[in-house]
Write a protein that binds this ligand. Structure first.
Ligand code: ADP
Ligand code: MG
Length: 703
């Protein structure tokens, strides 16, 4: 019998939950804290001192020696600097572990070495971290010991957001305020806020760590830069939902335990489409906490992999020729008195509030399609969106048959009298139950799909923070709600006004609805006819951040200033250029020091064999043929290598960040492909014993 896991006890054991606060804080202090959490405002320093002491005591009881302000700079990952609870010893040399309210509330990390996109010159190094009370503190345990992590926002001396959390929190306040106006119009007086909820499904690959360490491309770029396809890929569709192998199962079990301790509701696990690819989905929660937890999920995935002799690859496209990884971002809006604004009920045609919400979302997504696409872009995702793989880079909305029919009726007649019903699914087997059908089938090819009571934004990259997509979603929908509320609040006859507005929005923005196959070439053409944007790359999308339309949107709700947006655009160009530069240099090193020398050895052995065979009077034609083929491809590889070195050197001379990024995309990446091609062909000819790195088959089938 295996050991019984007490999940209920494990869950949240490393989190300073509200429950623990309640136990440990005086009632009045707890009330004050809860009030600030719910309604905003500031905690007086004296109160913060009490909270800090309770938090520290709990942490120390659980083995903590240090604390850190845990934040999310614009690198897309998290940052931490540890400080011990150690204080100055007294005269007798005794030391007391201490932690003050001031230390809890505010930190001052040197901000100069984080990306700021010009927001902060290096000589203005001051940056501040501010405690985010809405996300609970937790303990991280590793070789460093136990560290108390306090989720924080990170700002410059002048108050500009230097992180991903600050704008997200601002966007959550914006959507809450505007969504409240909408529910008030429909008579909901009880709700005091509206919360954006997010459930991100995380895809990942696992490979053997020993093999991983033999591939500098995986180490430096997180993806393979070379590699011939394995004889078998995903074509048999036998990996998706397949039986989980023992080694992977042990990893998943350990991962779940670690996540549960951290209060992450790891819920679903399964094998994904590509060989060696898997998925984990937690239960949805408040956007802010979901973003923090997703960072912890990614970090824990990597950490636990090490313990199992595995390496976890979060890159969007670790292997060419098979599926890459994404992150389905499920999003909905709920009032604090329990109404999911995206729940249509059984008869959506009669649910006017839902229809208005839907109309606003269609308008928001159509108006800001470029921004939404931008929010899901990162360097790795360029290999998925609009490239070899789905989802397409074109934003469209999938509504499903039932809602599409309702929209069609509304657009055509202004009324939606009927509503398609799911009906019963007849299994045709007397011993099986007949099932109630959903009113709508699934669509796996849409980037933005309605799935019953939420939208699923499927474009997000697997390694990326989900902060930006959710900030964008909250902002664009807040804007549409605001515009609708502006009109409806002053309407003389609300019923007529709301009816007209729904019809108007749906008519004007119906071009964004697409229920067909989003992967097809016909859709690309059709989308172009409809005038929908099709932005192919991260750096082509970056400019969207600073268009008048985007600046107006974000400034209106105080989510980003123009300067903050400009800084983010700049960082995108810099990040892109640096990432491709690393990839190119890694290719140069691998080709020059591993592949080409290996091929030369192999040609030498062929040449030796030709000579020996000829001396022996035997037929050497096969060897000669092979030698010629290998030599030709070797020459092509050497030529491309030289050109790649030149291209990288030239890229370094381009001054302007944007121009440099485009040079990497349009010139360097092209030569990278030209170097890869002959090497991958050589991999199929050269003696496997002589090939210097593990193959795709070794990496993905022998985990
Ligand atoms: P599927 O994608 O097959 O529908 P699930 O129903 O398990 O899968 O949902 C996937 C993710 O969506 C999970 O993280 C789940 O918690 C989340 N989710 C479910 N309902 C909502 C909601 N109302 N708002 C946001 N996320 C949700
Ligand atoms: Mg899903």
């Amino acid at each position: 019998m295996s050991e019984v896991l007490n999940v209920e006890e494990l869950f949240g054991s490393k989190v300073f939950t509200l429950g623990k606060m309640k136990e440990r804080l005086p009632r009045s202090v707890y009330k004050e804290v809860k009030c600030v959490m719910d309604k905003g405002g500031e905690l007086p320093l004296a109160t913060a001192d009490v909270v800090a002491k309770a938090m520290k005591d709990w942490a120390v009881e659980n083995g903590a020696t240090h604390y850190t302000h845990w934040f999310q700079p614009l690198t897309g990952i998290t940052a931490e600097k540890h400080d011990a609870f150690v204080t100055h010893p007294d005269d007798e040399g005794h030391m007391l572990m201490e932690f003050s309210g001031k230390e809890l509330i505010k930190g001052e990390p040197d901000a100069s070495s984080f990306p700021s996109g010009g927001l902060r010159a290096t000589f203005e190094a001051r940056g501040y971290t501010a405690w985010d009370m809405t996300s609970p503190a937790f303990l991280k345990e590793d070789a460093t010991g136990v560290i108390l992590c306090i989720p924080t926002a990170f700002c410059s001396y002048k108050g500009e957001a230097l992180d991903k959390k600050t704008p997200l929190l601002r966007s959550m306040e914006a959507i809450s305020a505007q969504a409240l106006r909408i529910v008030r119009l429909f008579g909901n007086k009880e709700a005091t806020k509206v919360v954006a909820s997010v459930g991100p499904e995380q895809e990942y690959f696992l490979v053997d760590r020993e093999k991983y360490l033999q591939r500098t491309d995986l180490i430096f770029a997180g993806r393979t830069l070379f590699g011939a396809a394995a004889p078998k890929g995903q074509e048999l569709e036998d990996h998706y939902f397949g039986t989980i192998r023992e080694r992977i199962g042990a990893y998943m079990k350990d991962l779940n335990i670690e996540l549960w301790k951290l209060g992450v509701t790891a819920k679903t696990q399964h094998n994904e489409v590509a060989p060696a690819q898997h998925e984990l989905a937690p239960i949805y929660e408040t956007a802010n906490i979901a973003v923090d937890h997703n960072q912890l999920v990614m970090e824990t995935m990597k950490k636990v992999a090490g313990r199992h002799g595995l390496a976890c690859l979060l890159h969007e496209k670790p292997f060419a020729g098979v599926n890459g990884s994404g992150k389905h971002n499920n999003w909905s809006l709920g009032t604090d008195n329990g109404v999911n604004m995206l729940d249509p009920g059984d008869t959506p045609n009669e649910n006017i509030q839902f229809l208005l919400v839907l109309a606003c979302i269609l308008k928001a997504v159509d108006t800001h399609a470029e921004l939404l696409r931008q929010s899901a872009s990162d360097v790795g995702n360029d290999h998925r969106l609009g490239a070899n793989e789905a989802p397409p880079a074109i934003i469209s909305v999938f509504l499903g048959e039932q809602l599409e029919d309702v929209v069609k009726q509304l657009v055509e007649t202004g009324e939606a009298a009927r509503c398609l019903d799911g009906g019963k699914l007849q299994t045709g087997v007397s011993t099986l139950p007949d099932l109630d059908k959903d009113a709508t089938d699934r669509n796996r090819t849409s980037p933005f799909a309605f799935t019953g009571n939420k939208f699923e934004f499927r474009m997000v990259g697997s390694s990326d923070s989900i902060a930006s997509p959710n900030t964008a979603l909250n902002a664009i929908v807040a804007e549409a709600f605001c515009e609708a509320a502006d009109e409806l609040e002053k309407a003389e006859d609300f019923d007529i006004a709301v009816h007209d507005l729904i019809k108007k929005y749906m008519t004007e923005h119906q071009r964004i609805i697409f229920n067909g196959d989003g992967y097809s070439e016909e859709w690309v053409e059709e989308a172009e006819r409809r005038g929908l944007p099709n932005i192919k790359s991260m750096i082509e999308a970056a400019g969207t951040l600073t268009t008048d339309k985007t600046v107006k949107l974000f400034e209106k709700f105080g989510i980003f200033t123009k300067v903050e947006l400009e800084s983010r655009e700049e960082i995108i160009y810099e990040t892109y250029a640096k990432t491709i530069n690393i990839e190119a240099l890694t290719m140069v090193a691998m080709a020059g020091r591993q592949y080409i020398p290996a091929v030369i050895k192999y040609s030498k052995s062929l040449a030796d064999s030709v000579i020996a065979l000829k001396e022996a009077g035997a037929d050497a034609s096969v060897q000669v043929e092979l030698l010629n083929a290998v030599s030709a491809k070797l020459a092509a590889a050497k030529d491309a290598l030289t050109r790649l070195e030149k291209a990288v050197a030239e890229a370094g001379t381009v001054d302007n960040a944007k121009e440099q990024a485009f040079f990497y995309k349009d010139t360097v990446r092209v030569v990278m492909d030209e170097l890869r091609a002959p090497i991958d062909e050589l991999e199929m000819i050269v003696d496997k014993e002589m090939w210097p790195v593990p193959s795709y088959a070794d990496l993905t089938f022998e985990v």
